[in-house]
Design a protein around this ligand. Sequence first.
Ligand code: MLT
Length: 398
Amino acid sequence: MIKINRNYLKLPENYLFSEVAKRTQEFEKHNPQTDLIKLSIGDVSRPLPSVVVKAMKRACAEMGQSKTFRGYGPELGYPWLRQAIANFYQQFKVQLDPDEIVISDGAKSDLSNLLDIFDTALTVAMCNPVYPVYLDTNLMLGHKVQFFSANIANNFLPLPNEQITADIIYLCNPANPTGVCYQRAQLKQWVDFAREHQAVIIYDAAYTCFIQDADLPRSIYEIDGARECAVEVGSLSKMAGFTGVRCGYTIIPKNLRTADAVSLLQLWRRRQTTKFNGVSYIVQRGAAAVFTPAGLKAVQQNLDYYQRNVRLICQTLDQLHWSYVGGEHSPYVWVRCPGARTAWECFDFLLKQTGIVCTPGSGFGSAGENYVRLTGFNSYTKTRAACRRLLTLNKKMH
Ligand code: MLT
């Protein structure tokens, strides 16, 4: 008899962004005349920097010549890419051994796959609202989940409390979905808490590229003690437009060990070499080009472009007197639904009245009810059009 993993039956029917896509398609079917503007999933719209494209083309040509052709690469990533990432972290005064960096096909896979190296009877703690991948992947494995709430009372930046007894604590900074960012001293509280309780922090750094203020931490390893308790997951998706190319990395410090001295890095390497054959040579060459001076300059231009969109969204919300947080160091703006609508009601309302697709906050957890998330990842032209449409709602929403 076929036996399934019954934990899957406890999940919502669809992954949040699949549900948004499904409802959007349904709307499009019945309203083909509506020109939709998607400010929903955090998917980039700027093309890859030309320096990245050139590097990938060169790599492609190498693959077509017998002298330079390559088969399986090193499963953990080519040394030159790991070195390039280690060098990149030096600007934040973070010293990494390239051996502590493991290249992957993106943060989403790593955030989920990391659970393989931990006990099956696990308790995890995460924010509510939260990036649904953390929750769904833990539910799939039947783990116990504790939540700490991000709300107006704590400025959407929850700090550790003694109710948290988890083995693993997820932190995303700047946060998805709220777009807010911890100060160094606040992050230090989490690091101290994790060390004191012998917990591991899984730190999702996918959005750190949006931090403009040098006083804010760009890596958890800027915080004293983090090397003893934190795993950092990085991504080139939002930073360099790799959502469709796929490349990310996980950093596990060599001295991050369990109480009985087992190295987490050792286990992760064992997991990856067994279950993963590495990211393609072509993609890794493109990724390495991101970390060159020309690559970083081009990447920054794209980030500035998205940040201009986010500023426009925030200005529009100010004009509408809608309350929101985020947007300053993030592509995301977390908007309180006007008119006391639920998140899905607000989603439907915006879709029908303006053709704007947002992400309903309740999809990120119960604390996201009455909120929606907007992103600055669309083109400037479309973002501007969306803002104009929003302004026409001024009267209708209240
Ligand atoms: C989001 O929109 O929250 C993310 O971009 C989705 C993802 O990265 O998987």
